[in-house]
Design a binder for this molecule. Structure first.
Ligand code: TRP
Length: 434
């Protein structure tokens, strides 16, 4: 049983899980505030260009290497050359590091859901957010509960756990999103938010935007830590990777846009600023919820939506290491998950505490949380993406013509995979570490 590789029930469940992985905090929390800080519509134009073109290449590379090798990350790299297994091992390591800060935000979300239920009547959300994130016990508890929820689904395996979670949470997510968009668009002056999103001001363009957009696009598509690689390795039947890749890109972009359409009209309607950064969702929005009719219900729904998105992404991150532990080290899924739980806690707890009592513990001038974010976004994810492109293009010799009918596009894809995208990634690495 244990050493038989699991697989998806159908192409549909695979796509849903991959979209579930892609659509996460990156879309609803990160995308709107990054767009808000980078000039709105003009950033959107650049982002769309990048995600539709450059990102297609590493996305296909990750999915195909998984599908072709039918192995977990380390085994896949090892099957090409035993020396490469250390490169493969960077994927689950990156995954554990990402989880350790992503799940801290997951914990905040759980807290905010509970807050809605308690009809708390907080007036100063800015203050509340700072105080709450400093509280050690409650925060750690919420982070661990979030980890436990995701782990629960991973422990149940592909069909009973991962597919189940996505089949239930993704439709719920979409329904709540539609409801919240309708509510937001009915607020007075909602059109100002839409203008901010869709009327580009070309004078604001700057080169930094391209970097931010590429980083965000890779993150939101879950590229660079083996999540799609592992999901791709559970594909059995002969489905087109190119089609899957475009479905993932379109759905992810669609949901990021919908998140913007939900958030910006509300912000502009209340005359607030869209560039408040990471606090946009945790400070600015609750302030709005406190003022609208049925605000508590809207707040619960919104944070539930955020939790659903974060859980389906979190599950995909955990699966990378779960696959390595079960297939390579022949552990049962339950044992693998218990081990992972402890391993991740060791990092996630200091990351959680870095907003309070461990605030002074600095690594290269950054708190644990900032350091984990920095090292994964600026070093490990571009590096892993680079390696997967090299593996796919140079060693597995994946060719565009196998899945792209148009000869010209196939050629462009080949050049992209072997030269252009690896070069861009090296550039990203260089600038990110400078
Ligand atoms: N894409 C998810 C989001 O937008 C996060 C995520 C899931 C991720 N798996 C990943 C990011 C793998 C990088 C690598 O929130």
């Amino acid at each position: 049983m244990e050493n038989q590789r699991p697989s998806w029930t159908s192409r549909g469940t695979f796509i849903l899980a991959a979209v579930g992985s892609a659509v996460g905090l990156g879309n609803i929390w990160r995308f709107p505030y990054i767009m808000g800080q980078n000039g709105g519509a003009i950033f959107l134009v650049i982002y769309l260009l990048i995600i539709m073109t450059i990102c297609f290449v590493p996305l296909v590379a990750e999915l195909s290497t998984g599908k072709i090798t039918q192995k977990e990350c380390i085994g896949a790299f090892e099957s090409v050359n035993p020396k490469f297994k250390f490169i493969g091992a960077l994927n689950p390591i990156t995954g554990i590091l990402i989880i350790s800060f992503y799940f801290v935000v997951g914990g905040w979300i759980l807290n905010y859901i509970c807050l809605g239920f308690s009809k708390c009547g907080i007036s100063d959300y800015g203050n509340y957010f700072t105080q709450f994130t400093q509280a050690p016990v409650a925060n750690c508890l919420y982070t661990l509960i979030f980890l436990f929820i995701c782990m629960f689904f991973t422990a149940r395996g592909i069909k009973k756990g991962i597919e189940f979670a996505n089949n239930v949470l993704m439709p719920l997510f979409a329904l709540i999103l539609i409801f919240l968009i309708i509510s937001s668009l009915q607020l007075p002056n909602a059109h100002l938010g839409l203008e901010y999103m869709f009327k580009p001001d070309f004078s604001k363009i700057n080169p930094h935007m391209f970097l931010v957009a590429l980083g965000q696009a890779l993150f939101t598509l879950s590229i660079g830590m083996g999540a799609l690689f592992t999901y791709g390795s559970y594909i059995k039947e002969d489905s087109s990777i190119a089609k899957s890749a475009y479905t993932i890109i379109f759905s992810d972009t669609f949901f990021a846009l919908l998140a913007g359409i939900m958030i910006f009209p509300a912000i502009f309607s209340f005359g607030l600023q869209p560039d408040s950064g990471a606090g946009l969702v945790f400070v600015t929005l609750p302030y709005i919820f406190a003022q609208i009719p049925n605000g508590n219900l809207v707040s619960i729904l919104f944070f539930f939506l955020l939790a659903a998105a974060a859980i389906t992404s979190g599950i995909s991150m955990l699966e990378v290491s779960a696959a390595v532990f079960t297939e390579r080290f022949k552990l049962s899924r339950i044992k693998a998950c218990v081990l992972l739980f402890f391993l991740i806690s060791l990092l996630a707890i200091p990351a959680t505490l870095s907003f309070g009592i461990l605030g002074d513990m600095k690594i290269i001038g950054k708190t644990v949380f900032e350091f984990l974010d920095f090292i994964t976004s600026n070093l490990l994810m571009p590096l892993n993406t680079f390696f997967v492109c090299i593996l796919a293009g140079w060693f597995l010799k994946i060719k565009g013509e196998t899945f792209l009918k148009n000869k010209f596009f196939a050629k462009v894809f080949d050049i992209g995979l072997k030269y252009a995208v690896p070069a861009i990634l090296l550039g990203l690495l260089y600038i990110g570490l400078k």
